[in-house]
Design a protein around this ligand. Sequence first.
Ligand SMILES: [Fe+2]
Length: 156
Amino acid sequence: MSNEQPYIVWTEELKTDFPTIDIQHKKIIDIANNLHSSLGSDNLQELIKTHLSQLKIYSAVHFRFEEKILQNHNYFLLNEHECLHDAFVGELIKLEERFSELENKFPRILTYKEIESFSWEILNFVSKWWLHHILVEDKKYLDFLQKIADTYDSGN
Ligand SMILES: [Fe+2]
């Protein structure tokens, strides 16, 4: 297992101009990768809940941090960006609710296949969402901040 590539691979193109934001993005990717490494574990059912909760809490911390920076720079798409952040947390809450419904719905124990396929649903969603968010949505504010810096540098 330890020789395997992580599920979400960090690449240079995911880098922003903010080292703290990069550390936070990496931490979120690590949580998803840890869930991926948990596939096959006996206690996957419990681990799904732990990882969903970690993703929710840690993403919220990161989002507030990023939004503060954007607010300080009067980012013109701040509201739109905040909505994207809130929607991600909302989707995680929906996944948590659906998983708990699944656990309580049947008068029987969930099969491993069901638990595993739910894990894959989380992993697919989280990886797609974050890669798109960093490469497309966060890129928009990076371009904006770069433009401000260029204007400042040229003395305008
Ligand atoms: Fe963001």
